[in-house]
Design a protein around this ligand. Structure first.
Ligand code: PBG
Length: 360
């Protein structure tokens, strides 16, 4: 009795060995031939970095009169409105493909009012950049409430009042109430001139709610850049300093558990069904399997966010002389591209774009 062989990705890859598809075996086949000279290696490089594939995240803080360095992200600044414009011009001149803007307001409250205020820091900064570099780049903004709320969560909290009359200590982020805030935030960002809103809050239904609000208000050209698979990650650590985060606790009731792979397929599918124009996987380096899964099925461009902790680890090791900084940076970015990212958000975007332009 014959058995039908089962074909899986792994078994079909395994059968390549010894088949003509594997190429000639040694000694006729010598893979090292293609690694012999820099010119040969350049010719056969399967993955290339290009400035236009890089997006620079930038922070603008309302209360500053001077740009402020971040101790946990050496080389990254919190900007004033003026220094933000200058950093944007520098990035655009280096050929960076887009800018992702984060705002830090002077005043925070429970619903993140500054996020929807046309005079709020993120919205005025977007308008500044729209007039400064708007025709020459893709202007994006983080669409999330955590920078704007006094509790630091990505949405509004459910305000369950206990019989004693006090608020329930165990309040959680109220998904559907948050969607209303997100819709208003999208409209404020669209009015300020954003090209793509970066939905990073991990509320269920956020892409659909935002798409519907934009369309109902004549903003059908504003796109949704969906943080589709976003994990509750320790690698966001330095970002907390970058946005003066007020968060106590964590985001595990809305961001994904790092243990889960299948769940990302569901998150990606729902964001696509809700109308996402681009999708993102975040963080990047510890999630290359998720990125490869996503890139294999996505009908829209796929991005990966090389987050603050990924940046900080390389900078810290390099500052100690433990790794070669420039090689390590290029290796991280190349690996993220190789795993399937069309676009990479990285705090090194301007520096790397400048070096790529110089041919080094
Ligand atoms: C949410 C948001 C975060 C980051 C980007 N958008 C923080 C979070 O989800 O906790 C992190 C980016 C980074 O670490 O570089 N506003």
């Amino acid at each position: 009795m014959s058995t039908t062989p089962t074909t899986t990705a792994t078994s079909s890859r395994a059968t390549l060995v010894g088949s003509p598809m594997a190429g000639a075996p040694f000694p006729a086949g010598r893979p090292r031939r293609l690694r012999r000279t820099p010119a040969l290696r350049r010719l056969v490089a399967q993955t290339r970095l290009h400035p236009a594939d890089l997006v620079l995240p930038l922070f603008v803080k309302e209360s500053l009169t001077e740009p402020a360095p971040l101790s946990s992200m050496p080389g990254v600044l919190q900007h004033t409105r003026d220094s933000l414009r200058a950093a944007a011009v520098e990035a655009v001149n280096a050929g960076v493909g887009g800018l992702m803007i984060f705002g830090i307001p002077a005043e925070r409250d429970s619903i993140g009012s500054a996020a929807t205020d046309p005079a709020g820091i993120l919205n005025v900064a977007l308008a500044d950049l729209k007039s400064e570099v708007g025709d020459a780049t893709v202007l994006m903004a983080d669409l999330c409430l955590d920078e704007f709320t006094d509790h630091g969560h990505c949405g509004v909290l459910s305000s369950r009042v206990l019989s004693s009359g006090v608020l329930d200590e165990g309040r959680t982020v109220d998904n559907d109430a948050t969607l209303i805030r997100y819709a208003d935030m999208a409209l404020a960002q669209a009015a300020a001139g954003v090209d793509l809103v970066g939905t990073s809050g991990m509320m269920d239904g956020q892409v659909a709610a935002i798409r519907a609000a934009l369309d109902a208000h004549g903003q059908s050209e504003t796109g949704v850049f969906a943080y589709a698979a976003k994990y509750a990650s320790a690698f966001y650590g330095p970002f907390r300093e970058a946005v003066d985060s007020a968060l106590i606790g964590d985001r595990r009731t809305y961001q994904q558990d790092p243990a889960n792979r299948r769940e990302s397929a569901r998150e990606v599918a729902s964001d696509l069904a809700e109308g996402a124009d681009l999708i993102m996987v975040k963080p990047a380096m510890s999630y290359l399997d998720i990125l490869a899964d996503t890139a294999a099925v996505s009908p829209v461009p796929v991005a990966a966010y090389q987050v603050s902790g990924e940046y900080a680890m390389v900078e810290a090791a390099a500052a100690n002389g433990w790794i070669d900084r420039d090689r390590a940076i290029l290796e991280t970015l190349t690996s993220i591209r190789r795993a399937g990212a069309d676009i990479i958000l990285t705090y090194w975007a301007t520096e790397v774009a400048t070096k790529l332009n110089a041919g080094s």
